[in-house]
Design a protein around this ligand. Structure first.
Ligand SMILES: Cc1cc2nc3c(=O)[nH]c(=O)nc-3n(C[C@H](O)[C@H](O)[C@H](O)COP(=O)(O)OP(=O)(O)OC[C@H]3O[C@@H](n4cnc5c(N)ncnc54)[C@H](O)[C@@H]3O)c2cc1C
Length: 456
């Protein structure tokens, strides 16, 4: 079969690779100039860095296998991470049970309760029992109002904004399981990072796809998905003027049609956000549209600072103080030392945010100006002239908002249009979005599309 894959992020590349392995013809369309999607990178100090922070948990076994298959294992580092909280005007280490005992923003009894609840959640494997309650209700009930106000509440609000009270407990439970699962015994969490960036994995996979005969068209924004009598027939797009489009026509892969190019296909797999899919898809039954529109997304903006000096000793600093306009400070060089970045210190200031929020709409320079005064609260020695370079990146469909009863509202991978499939982060559950699960869902949808039938 000839299969068109829309999107050259992790899921699209995984699907293309699997389809080729199963003996099908693949045409992959990516609107950006390069593949990688949310794993795109920026050049920093003679190396590359993800535009949005990335690491692996020890449970990301599919990723570890893929990295090995692609011959990149020697670059994979597992590092003890340092997590902290910024609250009450200072940084609190939040790594070991001892750190929790020293966490004075909470009364001792609440610290103990928080520790016991975290331990309990980590050991529960049945996520279904948490499906119908919110994280807020559950945490307030079992960890207590204080722990919620000081620790979990600010984190949930930081990630989901005004939707925080709606977040399902299943989402929270799995997040805890994964994070604690990445600890070695009672010790520190270990996180994985690929020296030189994870983009290398996805570029190597793209090379494998091309070597197996798959066509990857970049700067190729799909404008529509065609169907006739309820069955998909192909996709249409506007390729930039140039040899790619002409070649596709010469090879009989595409036909010019009123300024567009039509690529006929037996199957179409879309790995784009549901919001984009809705614009491209042929008419879909109302019930499926309701499922697609039922999951909202939080956008993300990450400001990357390249500094002369370290900001703190923490890799992942949760900002509980909501008077600070970002929710986490992720100091990459506290995971991979500054020696990997030409001796510089690299920091992400991260913010999950609604797309229509005024901060998200601000010009880049304005965002920088809004953030900078707060850095001296985290490190009083910080001065503006520490900054050697900065970059700001935004992603609209960064984090699906996972509410209660979510398993009953996930759009199926197989859409009601025959031959048309959808695989994106909103269908990853009960785990949270991540490269490992994009890889899994990309392979699943590929097998489903060609009738391999073991997609469950
Ligand atoms: C801030 C942030 C932090 C993260 N941290 C981690 C982490 O620590 N660890 C981890 O494992 N994962 C992390 N992730 C998640 C991980 O990046 C994603 O799970 C993964 O990249 C999603 O891949 P995807 O292929 O599903 O989607 P995407 O990467 O979004 O790929 C979709 C692709 O479709 C393309 N596209 C869209 N519309 C069209 C069109 N009309 N025509 C053609 N192409 C189109 C886009 O350009 C894009 O390349 C993070 C994500 C974010 C945003």
């Amino acid at each position: 079969m000839r299969i068109a894959v829309i999107g050259g992020g992790a899921a699209g590349l995984a699907a293309a690779d699997e389809l080729l392995r199963l003996g099908h013809q693949v045409l992959l369309f990516e609107r950006a100039p390069v593949v990688g999607g949310q794993l795109r990178t920026v050049a920093i100090a003679d190396t590359r860095l993800e535009c949005f922070y990335h690491h692996l948990f020890t449970s990301d076994t599919l990723m570890a296998q893929l990295i090995q298959e692609l011959g990149l294992s020697q670059k994979l580092r597992w590092v003890a991470s340092r997590v902290g909280f910024f609250t009450d005007g200072r940084i609190w280490d939040f790594v070991t049970p001892l750190d929790l005992l020293r966490f004075r923003p909470l009364p001792l009894v609440d610290r103990l309760r928080l520790g016991l609840v975290s331990l309990y959640l980590q050991r529960q494997s049945d996520w279904r029992r948490y499906e119908d309650g919110t994280a807020q209700e559950w945490l307030k009930r079992w960890a207590g109002e204080n722990a919620y106000q000081v620790v979990w509440g600010p984190l949930l609000t930081g990630k989901f904004g005004s939707a925080a009270p709606e977040i399902g407990m299943t989402w929270f439970h799995w997040k805890m399981r994964l994070r604690f699962g990445s600890r070695r015994g009672m010790g520190r969490e270990h996180l994985g990072y690929l020296e030189g960036s994870f983009a290398q994995v996805w570029e190597a996979l793209a090379q494998r796809v091309a070597a197996a005969g798959g066509r990857i068209y970049t700067q190729a924004q799909v404008e529509g998905i065609q169907a006739e009598e309820g069955r998909v027939t192909g996709i249409s797009l506007r390729l930039p003027e140039g040899p790619l489009g002409r070649q596709a026509v010469e090879e009989g892969l595409a036909q010019p049609a009123a300024g567009d190019l039509l690529f006929p296909a037996d199957r179409v797999i879309a790995t784009i956000p549901s919001t984009v899919f809705l614009r491209l898809a042929p008419e879909l039954p109302e019930q499926y549209v309701r499922l697609l529109t039922g999951t909202r997304y939080q956008a993300v903006m990450c400001l990357i600072l390249v500094l002369r000096h370290p900001l703190s000793h923490i890799y992942w600093l949760n900002i509980s103080d909501r008077s600070i306009p970002f929710v986490a400070v992720i100091e990459q060089t506290n995971l991979m030392g500054p020696q990997h970045y030409g001796g510089k210190h690299v920091v992400y200031l991260s913010n999950y945010i609604a797309r229509d929020a005024s901060l998200y709409q601000m010009a880049d320079q304005e965002v920088l100006e809004a953030y900078l005064p707060h850095l001296a609260r985290i490190n009083p020695a910080f001065r503006r002239d520490w900054i050697e370079e900065w970059h700001l990146f935004r992603e609209d469909a960064a984090q699906p908002i996972i509410t209660t009863g979510y398993s009953r509202r996930i759009p199926s991978l197989e859409t009601p249009v025959k031959g048309l499939y959808l695989a994106n982060n909103t269908q990853v559950y009960p785990e949270d979005r991540g490269q490992n699960y994009s890889l899994r869902i990309g392979r699943q949808v590929a097998r489903l599309a060609v009738g391999h039938g073991d997609e469950a």
